[in-house]
Design a protein around this ligand. Sequence first.
Ligand SMILES: Nc1ncnc2c1ncn2[C@@H]1O[C@H](COP(=O)(O)OP(=O)(O)OP(=O)(O)O)[C@@H](O)[C@H]1O
Ligand SMILES: [Mg+2]
Length: 362
Amino acid sequence: MATEDQDLEMPEGSVQNILEQESLKWVFVGGKGGVGKTTCSSILSILLAKVRPSVLIISTDPAHNLSDAFQQRFTKTPTLVNGFSNLYAMEVDPNVENEEMGSSEGMDSLFSELANAIPGIDEAMSFAEMLKLVQTMDYSVIVFDTAPTGHTLRLLQFPSTLEKGLEKMMSLKSKFGGLMSQMTRLFGMDDEFGEDAILGRLEGMKDVIERVNKQFKDPDLTTFICVCIPEFLSLYETERLVQELTKFEIDTHNIIINQVLFDEDDVESKLLIARMRMQQKYLDQFYMLYDDFHITKLPLLPEEVTGVEALKSFSRHFITPYEPSTSKGTVEELEQRVSSLRQQLNDAEAELERLRKGKQVA
Ligand SMILES: Nc1ncnc2c1ncn2[C@@H]1O[C@H](COP(=O)(O)OP(=O)(O)OP(=O)(O)O)[C@@H](O)[C@H]1O
Ligand SMILES: [Mg+2]
């Protein structure tokens, strides 16, 4: 959602706007599986580390891959990324309930029984715990490498999940009256672990998550960057994602289209040329649908983008739009190209000759 003055000018094809928006505190990076979320969020965190005092990148994907991208092991506590003085990374598992919540075993099993009755509440609680922790740590900006689409949107729905959870608990409490407190007494749990304590814990979480939710809905503080590839399914998923984000009132005005095939001079493969045409069709649609978004196109590389050096080198395409090598080359390059084309022509003629001869024989 562009602001008024952005509407007047063409948005630039880079992530420069993200780097310049000094008020940003939370940057979500999301999209469907394998499109390049981890690569893009890692590079964004590297770029942000150049202009911000401190940056934290968090992976909320259970299949953690920040460790792969940076080629360094990370844990659920922020660790300084090798080669940086202000870039930290952590990997949290949204499916595992936080063990540091501290309670007796009986309480835990009762609590997880109840938690099981409210889908998504476990995840909501541990996400809230994580946010509570991160908020006390005073990072200038926090980048989220999120799990594939469905999962991310669930994270953003947590405040309402918790609200429903609380309602359910309240109704259980009134329905079964003293039964629960009898049970807690029966199992030898004191008031500290009774149903009031459970409600207290939920209320506490709700408080944190409500505060965070308010921040997530503030476009000065939060934005969501959609990563995709120029293919039908990805275009479709991106549109769904953008609509959901709009529904949750979460700002989004950047799209990164990864794995783009550019029309380089040396592209001769028929397959590549066909793929390029197909991509162009979807690229045109992206530009048409999202004319008020900053759309960054990234080239498909022949190799993976792993390790800090590769990430840093790839990061230049986030700032300056990628230029394919075109025939504006030097005399030597042109000569080389002419000779390579001549060679191809010779090969094709020889092949044709062979085919003709074969036909005559037959
Ligand atoms: N433009 C590119 N050119 C070549 N390889 C790329 C490019 N972008 C990403 N990759 C590689 O593709 C693989 C998948 O990228 P990445 O891990 O960033 O995707 P992801 O969206 O995070 O995947 P997942 O959904 O599994 O978390 C990685 O090995 C990465 O190095
Ligand atoms: Mg990933």
